[in-house]
Design a protein around this ligand. Structure first.
Ligand SMILES: Cc1cc2nc3c(=O)[nH]c(=O)nc-3n(C[C@H](O)[C@H](O)[C@H](O)COP(=O)(O)OP(=O)(O)OC[C@H]3O[C@@H](n4cnc5c(N)ncnc54)[C@H](O)[C@@H]3O)c2cc1C
Ligand SMILES: *[C@@H]1O[C@H](CO)[C@@H](O)[C@H](O)[C@H]1NC(C)=O
Ligand SMILES: *[C@@H]1O[C@H](CO)[C@@H](O)[C@H](O)[C@H]1NC(C)=O
Ligand SMILES: *[C@@H]1O[C@H](CO)[C@@H](O)[C@H](O)[C@H]1NC(C)=O
Ligand SMILES: *[C@@H]1O[C@H](CO)[C@@H](O)[C@H](O)[C@H]1NC(C)=O
Ligand SMILES: *[C@@H]1O[C@H](CO)[C@@H](O)[C@H](O)[C@H]1NC(C)=O
Length: 531
């Protein structure tokens, strides 16, 4: 009898202690949402999905999105979101924000889910995910040559809609159609017509944002400082962007694309070396980027190749003489080129030329090899040939490495460094993306490949931009540093902040201090408030 009483007591004690110390549950969240009856949030079957408390389901959810690179720097294995909400209306987002704040939860906003470190769906503190998948309509106004795009839309959905509406309009966003506009627009956005039309963020003309108080702003009511910050500073630090208004650009009905592959090896770095003097200075209508990869066929030897991929805003008859004049070393012939529409060029760049345009609508396209780590750099002075020789040697030692070089210049340089948070403009020749991939999800395997990419990055230090070394926010890299715990110091964050934003970091901190002084919207790489 005594024993029973005692165990009951222990039981109550445990229960009580739990209720004080354990993080809020989904039930707490539900009851918070239901206290205000103004909205049919509960009747909406989509708002509370079944993923949440079931860790198995969440793991496969996050695996389907993530390449698990997050585990390089963070240990997220211990935390699942309290819930994954898929709101269908703006008032629902407001409720989700207010209840999260009330219950002390963090919010992660998910658009296309392509964040390289998974910050849109992973967190070290108790959190919910606001998945914008149900808010993705696109409205085009051809008279004004603009579009309002809800943040849950992907680039592919945008490009498809534009192409179905007009043959002579396009938009300068990224290449991969499954990337979300929410992340890409707010971090810059590189694509195949950026030398002609600038970054995606340079073409944003209005935005609607919901802040930590649940208040909705447009460009006019948010003020120019906050509007400035959203165009390259990463929106996740400031609130949830509901929609973006962009300026569409004119494209010719006929563009030309080509691919030109070359072996790389001892004494064979001349072409890529030469490209550095040409690619960033070509006519704005011509974009030629470079890929280096190590293309290993099964059983055969590793072969490192340099691939030049080009897009010209015009026909073959103009491109060939231009190439003969500017880059004769490449030896481009008209039979290497294909004429097509702008939308088809986007398929060409993902290796799907000739396939139905509806491929653009596939939101679930991901890397086939699930696991990867990426890093970025900016080159300001052409690299010497021996640097390419060293890269070539290192590529032979790794399974699936790649480097891509995106030429800058043109319209990108017409914007001043402080005119938008994205600062890597005049003075930069091209951006570099390093990636390494692996297939087996094991700690040892991961460590090996990550070590390789970090060593390559170290090797490159003297040859790329410095003090601070530049990095591209959309190629997020937690190796550069991160906010630790609740105490976020602006001084600590400066290290990575100035790599992404240079002198603009301070202004971003001040904007943050104004719109979100209590730092509700925070993550491992969010901007700490400055006052
Ligand atoms: C396969 C692949 C191809 C890529 N190609 C390109 C390319 O061609 N050019 C290029 O520039 N980049 C490219 N990227 C990088 C890409 O721009 C970034 O990963 C971008 O952040 C992804 O946006 P997202 O909406 O898909 O990602 P998400 O993971 O959903 O979001 C990324 C970040 O933005 C925040 N966020 C998302 N939506 C909102 C919102 N509505 N309000 C506030 N914060 C929000 C998230 O919380 C997170 O911090 C590529 C990435 C991948 C994986
Ligand atoms: C990560 O967190 C889990 C759960 O808390 C723990 O078991 C594991 O040891 C941690 N791993 C590392 C590498 O810290
Ligand atoms: C509930 O409604 C009241 C009154 O309108 C408001 O002040 C409060 O912020 C709302 N709370 C939530 C969680 O929506
Ligand atoms: C398109 O923009 C024009 C010019 O601003 C405006 O007059 C018109 O009403 C818009 N059309 C739609 C359908 O919104
Ligand atoms: C590369 O060039 C160097 C110097 O010109 C020469 O010694 C070497 O044999 C060449 N190697 C190959 C593989 O052609
Ligand atoms: C990520 O990798 C770690 C280490 O191999 C593993 O323990 C974990 O289950 C993986 N998680 C996901 C979400 O892929």
């Amino acid at each position: 009898m005594r024993e029973v009483a005692l165990s009951l007591f222990v039981f109550f004690l445990v229960k009580c202690v739990n209720s004080i110390f354990s993080p809020p549950t989904r039930e707490h969240f539900k009851s918070c949402l239901s206290t205000n009856h103004s909205n049919s949030i509960f009747e909406n079957p989509n708002i509370l999905t079944k993923h949440t408390s079931d860790s198995q389901t969440y793991t496969s959810f996050s695996e389907s999105l993530s390449k698990n690179s997050s585990f390089l720097s963070l240990n997220f294995t211990s935390l699942k979101p309290i819930l994954i909400a898929k709101p269908k209306s703006e008032p629902e987002i407001k409720k989700l924000i207010l209840c999260s704040k009330k219950l002390g939860l963090q919010v992660r906003t998910l658009s296309g889910g392509h964040d390289y470190e998974g910050l849109s769906y992973l967190s070290q503190s108790p959190f919910i995910i606001i998945d914008l998948v149900n808010l993705r309509s696109i409205k085009i106004n051809l008279t004004e040559e603009t579009a309002w795009i809800k943040s849950g839309a992907t680039l592919g959905e945008l490009y498809y809609k534009i192409a179905k509406t007009s043959k002579i309009h396009g938009f300068p966003g990224g290449v991969c159609p499954s990337v979300g506009v929410g992340g890409l627009f707010s971090g810059g956005g590189y694509g195949i017509i950026m030398r002609k039309h600038g970054l995606a963020s340079d073409n944003v003309v209005d935005a609607r944002l919901i802040d930590a108080k649940g208040k909705i702003h447009d460009r006019k009511s948010m003020g120019e400082d906050l509007f400035w910050a959203l165009r390259g500073g990463g929106a996740a630090s400031f609130g949830v962007v509901l929609s973006w208004k962009v300026k569409l650009v004119r494209v010719p009905e006929k563009v030309t694309c080509f691919t030109s592959q070359h072996a790389m090896g001892p004494n064979r770095s001349k072409l890529v070396h030469r490209w550095q003097y040409i690619g960033p200075h070509l006519d704005d209508d011509l974009f030629i980027r470079v890929f280096i990869n190590n293309n290993q066929q099964q059983g055969s030897q590793k072969r490192v190749r340099t691939t030049f991929q080009g897009m010209f805003l015009g026909g073959i008859e103009k491109l060939i003489p231009l190439m003969n004049e500017k880059f004769p070393e490449l030896g481009l012939r008209s039979q290497d080129c294909k004429e097509m529409s702008w939308i088809e060029a986007n398929l060409f760049f993902i290796g799907k030329f000739g396939q139905p345009l509806e491929i653009m609508l596939d939101r679930d396209q991901r890397y086939e090899n699930l696991y990867f780590k990426a890093k970025s750099d900016y080159v300001q002075k052409p690299l010497q040939e021996n640097v390419f020789e060293e890269i070539f040697k290192r590529f032979l030692e790794e399974d699936a490495p790649s480097m891509s070089f995106d030429p800058l210049g043109g319209k990108i340089n017409e914007v001043l460094e402080e005119e938008s948070p994205y600062p890597h403009r005049e003075g930069n020749l091209y951006s570099v993306q390093y990636t390494v991939r692996w297939k087996v999800n094991e700690m040892e395997e991961m460590k090996k490949h990550v070590r390789w990419i970090r060593l390559l990055y170290d090797y490159m230090t003297p040859y790329v931009s410095g003090s601070p070394r530049g990095a591209y926010l959309n190629y997020r890299d937690l190796d550069l540093g991160m906010n630790k715990g609740i105490k976020m110091s602006f001084e600590d964050a400066k290290k990575w902040g100035e790599m992404y934003f240079k002198g603009n970091f301070k202004r971003l901190g001040l904007v943050k201090g104004k719109i979100d002084p209590n730092n509700f919207f925070k993550s491992e790489q969010s901007i700490p408030p400055l006052f």
